[in-house]
Design a binder for this molecule. Sequence first.
Ligand code: CP
Length: 307
Amino acid sequence: MKKHLTKLMDLTKEDILNILNLADQMKRDLKNNKDHKVLSGKTLAMIFKKPSTRTRVSFETGMYQLGGQALFLSANDLQFAQGESIRDTAQALSRYVDGIMLLAIEQEDVESLAQWSTVPVINGLSNFSHPCQILADLMTIREHKGALEDVRLAYIGDGSNVCNSLIVGGLLCGLKISVAVPEGFDPHPDVLTFVKEFTNRNPDDFLLTRKPQLAVEKANVLVTNRWASVGQEFDEDDRKETFADFQINNNILDLADPKAMVLHCLPAYRGEEISSEVFETHANSIFDAIENRLHVQKAIMALLMGS
Ligand code: CP
């Protein structure tokens, strides 16, 4: 595994399975009150460029459970806000802490931090990638379905960070992926290039369509995300019109496998990307994946920051 986790494209299938296996073990051990103080005496700097509930609490709690501590650093309170470069910030923080988590807006900021940091950098979220969430989703799918190979996953909505990472992580782990997004909201071109190279021998492993009804046929897992993703909130009203047909509701769910599960990384906007009924019916799997953020992130931190 590489020194930093900035995006799932940098991982192999083996890397992902190592993370998921360790996360499973940590989850079991936590329930049995067994400690994993593998980061005793270590510190994680957590830089936030936007508000967060899950990322902040799961990383902070995870560090505590691993025997270390986490520092919450709002980007607005750092010299960042006065124009200090990421390069100097990375080099300075590397002299104090053992790892840096950045909840960014731009992927370039995560890559730049990783370039100049001498300690591991973890992407907590960016406009391009949400690797920790998708690893938690894969862990949850494996818990609920017993395996990852050949699971059919349909993503409906915006070709956002969640969609990009689901495509990459899903294909690496042997899932078949269908994506329904409106024209103009495709996944990132780098992800489509990855798809082209990865599915060379098995074109049936990936479908990109404008029709949610087509994407969900036989799907075992349905995933969506808020329509206005990170950094795109400015055109929220236009998006509601564009995305009106891209809601996971009972009509769409009826076309999927009757045992299909639903995931949403939250925050959810009931009545927009997901209907209230579907959210409440599938709240168990949705919140299982939210819980699994804690376990996968502990596994990632232990693998990257442990001695
Ligand atoms: N999904 C997610 O990353 O949640 P927060 O924005 O609350 O961290």
